[in-house]
Structures are given as structure tokens and as C-alpha cells.
Unconditional design. Structure first.
Length: 203
């Protein structure tokens, strides 16, 4: 009994450390993206290295086109997914629950061509009418991802694509990986660089 209690306490401590590390990691990433927001040259380089290839694969994976109605949950202070999509004349709504990230996004997008194709919304990812969209993208850091994806699957029409980012490799230590067990018709995965994978679920 005592051994079980000790193991339980160790498990709780380990979970607390993971949460603490994740929070610090998210703050670090937001700081980088805020730097990219203020220094557009740095932002373009950061975007090119870490996101351009990944987003291009996701566009193909989710069959995203000019006719798509796209929602991005967790767009952050430097909305790279939106910037890349509007370059291709694709409309997108961006949602984030961080008001500061929303304000940073709005300032940056004023400098970007085709910014009329983006709508920036301050909202929690759990409180959205998903039924208006046929492609929904979730960033890696979005939580609770399992609940949000279940809510989406229960709300959208057949054929809707849910594209989300999972950790792999070294990022497994910091982010939870999620694959739903039911509620979808098809699942595809694409390996990405820098410890990520993109997953698409078709309702």
C-alpha cells in the first residue's frame, strides 16, 4: 500500500514537471513569435524554416482551396498559417484565447497583402460554431485537444477535414499525442520536421 502511495506521488510530481515545462515552452514560442511580429524580416525567416513546408503539406493533406471555409484554432501572435493561406487567395478565420496574441496578429496583418481574407477572433477554441467550416486546423499547443476534436466531430458535416498537429520524436516529452478512436471516416498522417506530425481526420 505504501509503495503504491509513493508511486502515485512520484507520478503526480512528474506530471507537474511536464506541465511546468510545457508552460515555459509555450511562453518561449510565443516570445519568438512576438519577435517575428515586431521584426518582419526575422518573422519571414522563422516562418520559412519552421512552417512553410509543414503548411504546404497540410494544404495538400486537407484539400484546402480557394473555395474552402477554413478555421484555425490557436493562431497565435504571428499567424503564419493564415499568412500562407491568404497568399493563395484562401479565406481563413483565426481564433485564439490570448487577447495579446489577437492584438499582435491584427497589427501584423495590416502590413500583409490580402489581409481582407483573414478574420481574427478572440475566443476559446471550445466555444465556436464549427459547422460553418469545411476545414478546421488546430495548432500543436491547443488544449484540451481531445475535447475540442470530439466537439468538432459532433458538430460538423460529413466530409469536413480536421487538420491538427501532433508531437513526435523529442516533442512527445512535452506535448500529449492524440488520435480519436471513433467519430471519423478516414485518418491520414504526414511526418513533419522538428518533432511534429500533421494528422487529418475526415468526418
Amino acid at each position: 500500500m505504501q509503495t503504491k502511495s509513493i508511486n502515485y506521488e512520484k507520478s503526480k510530481d512528474l506530471q507537474k514537471k511536464k506541465v511546468s515545462i510545457l508552460k515555459r515552452l509555450l511562453c518561449f514560442i510565443k516570445d519568438i513569435e512576438k519577435t517575428g511580429n515586431k521584426n518582419y524580416l526575422f518573422g519571414k525567416i522563422y516562418h520559412k524554416i519552421f512552417y512553410t513546408s509543414m503548411i504546404n503539406k497540410e494544404i495538400k493533406l486537407g484539400n484546402i482551396s480557394e473555395n474552402s471555409k477554413v478555421l484555425h484554432i490557436g493562431s497565435g501572435p504571428f499567424p503564419m498559417t493564415a499568412i500562407q493561406l491568404i497568399e493563395k487567395n484562401i479565406k481563413i478565420d483565426c481564433v485564439d484565447n490570448d487577447l495579446n496574441a489577437i492584438e499582435c496578429s491584427k497589427v501584423l496583418l495590416k502590413k500583409i497583402p490580402n489581409n481582407h481574407l483573414v478574420q481574427i477572433i478572440h475566443c476559446d477554441g471550445k466555444n465556436i460554431d464549427y459547422s460553418k467550416y469545411d476545414v478546421i486546423i488546430l495548432s500543436l499547443h491547443v488544449t484540451p485537444k481531445d475535447i475540442i476534436i470530439k466537439n468538432i466531430l459532433n458538430s460538423v458535416e460529413s466530409g469536413t477535414a480536421i487538420v491538427y498537429r501532433n508531437p513526435r520524436s523529442w516533442l512527445n516529452k512535452f506535448y500529449p499525442k492524440y488520435y480519436p478512436k471513433k467519430g471519423f471516416g478516414k485518418i491520414e498522417k504526414v511526418r513533419q520536421t522538428f518533432g511534429k506530425e500533421s494528422v487529418v481526420l475526415y468526418k
